[in-house]
Ligand binder design. Structure first.
Ligand code: SAM
Length: 302
C-alpha cells in the first residue's frame, strides 16, 4: 500500500493468514503508518476489536478513528501486561512487522540513516531507554562492539572496525553520523552502501534491544493467543527469523524442543506453512525494502 509514512510489506499475505474470526479481537504489535491495521479493520465485523502497539510517540499521528480500534504506546515486550490493562486476556491473532518505519528512517534528526548528519540517537522510543547508538559506540568494550558488528551486522571485519572506533573515541567521543562515517569509511570492504547499511542496522538493533524485545514478546504469545488463534510475524533479519522459526517449531529458541521433567514436549504453536511466505517479485520491484521480508504464520494448539 502506498503511504508516505510507510509502505506496508506483505499486506494481504499477512492479514489473510491472521484473521480466522471477523468478530474476534486482534493485535497489531507494530502500528507504524497503520497500513496493516487499516486492512485488519476492513476485514472485521462491527463486533471485532483491534489493539495496536507502537513504542514511538510519532506513530500516534496515524491513529485510526474507529470505535473498534485502540492504540497503546508501549513496547510490545510488555504485551500481556498492556493487554491486561486494557481489559483483554486472550486474543484471536497477533501480527508483528518488525524493524523501523520509513518515516523513522527518513527523519534526519532520529539518526537512523547514514544519509543525514545528526546526533547518533536511533531510539524508537525517545522517552524510554537512555541507551542510544552514541552511548553504545562510546561505552562498549572493543570485544562487545566486535560481537555486535559480527552478529547483528554480519560484518566480515568486525574486529577491525571495533578497534578503529575505540581508537577514534579516545581522541573525541563519537556523537554524530558524520563522525561515525569518518571512522567507518576507511574500513569498508565490499559494497559501500551495503556495508554502511549493516553497520547502522546493527547499532539500531542494539540500541533498541530488538532481539531481546522479540524474545520476550514471543514467550508471552502462548498465554495471549487463544486456541486456533494465529501468530504472524514479518522479519527482515536472519537472526529474527531464526528466533520466530524456533519458537514456532520447538516452543523455545533452541534448535530442538525442551523436555520437561517427565520427558514431555510442550509445543504451544504449529506452523501453518512449511516455509516462510516471501514477497512476490512485483512487490520487491515496487518496494525494495521488502526484499528481505519473511512472514511466518503459526496456529495456537488447543
Ligand atoms: C516496520 S514498521 C510497521 C509498519 C506498519 N506495519 C505499517 O504498515 O505501516 C515498525 C513499527 O513498529 C514499531 N516498533 C518496533 N519495535 C517495537 C517494539 N518492540 N514495541 C513497540 N513498537 C515497536 C516501530 O516504532 C515502527 O513504527
Amino acid at each position: 500500500m502506498q503511504n508516505s509514512y510507510h509502505e506496508t510489506v506483505l499486506l494481504h499475505e499477512s492479514v489473510d493468514n491472521l484473521i480466522t474470526n471477523p468478530d474476534g479481537v486482534y493485535v497489531d504489535l507494530t502500528f507504524g503508518g497503520g497500513g496493516h491495521s487499516r486492512e485488519i479493520l476492513s476485514r472485521l465485523s462491527p463486533k471485532g476489536k483491534l489493539f495496536a502497539f507502537d513504542q514511538d510517540a510519532d506513530a500516534a499521528q496515524n491513529a485510526i478513528v474507529d470505535s473498534r480500534f485502540q492504540l497503546l504506546q508501549y513496547n510490545f515486550r510488555h504485551l500481556q501486561r498492556s493487554l491486561r490493562l486494557a481489559g483483554i486476556k486472550q486474543v484471536d491473532g497477533i501480527l508483528a512487522d518488525l524493524g523501523v518505519s520509513s518515516f523513522q528512517f527518513n527523519t534526519p534528526e532520529r539518526g537512523f540513516s547514514y544519509r543525514f548528519d545528526a546526533f547518533l540517537d536511533m531510539r524508537m522510543n525517545q522517552q524510554g531507554s537512555e541507551q542510544t547508538a552514541q552511548t553504545i559506540l562510546n561505552q562498549k568494550t572493543a570485544e562487545e562492539l566486535q560481537l555486535m558488528f559480527s552478529n547483528l551486522g554480519e560484518l566480515r571485519n568486525a574486529k577491525t572496525l571495533a578497534l578503529a572506533i575505540v581508537k577514534a573515541r579516545q581522541r573525541k567521543p563519537l556523537e554524530t553520523v558524520q563522525e561515525l562515517l569518518s571512522v567507518v569509511e576507511p574500513n569498508i570492504i565490499g559494497n559501500k552502501y551495503r556495508y554502511l547499511g549493516q553497520v547502522f542496522q546493527s547499532l539500531r538493533m542494539e540500541a533498541n534491544d530488538e532481539l531481546g524485545a522479540l524474545k520476550e514478546m514471543l514467550q508471552q504469545t502462548a498465554a495471549v493467543v487463544r486456541p486456533q488463534g494465529r501468530l504472524c510475524v514479518i522479519t527482515f533479519h536472519s537472526l529474527e527469523d531464526k528466533l520466530v522459526k524456533n519458537w514456532v517449531k520447538n516452543g523455545c529458541f533452541n534448535d530442538t524442543p525442551e523436555k520437561d521433567f517427565y520427558g514431555n514436549v510442550n509445543l504451544p504453536f504449529q506452523a501453518v506453512h512449511k516455509k516462510p511466505v516471501e514477497p512476490t517479485a512485483a512487490e520487491i520491484e515496487a518496494n525494495s525494502r521488502a526484499h528481505s521480508a519473511k512472514l511466518r504464520v503459526a496456529a495456537r494448539n488447543s
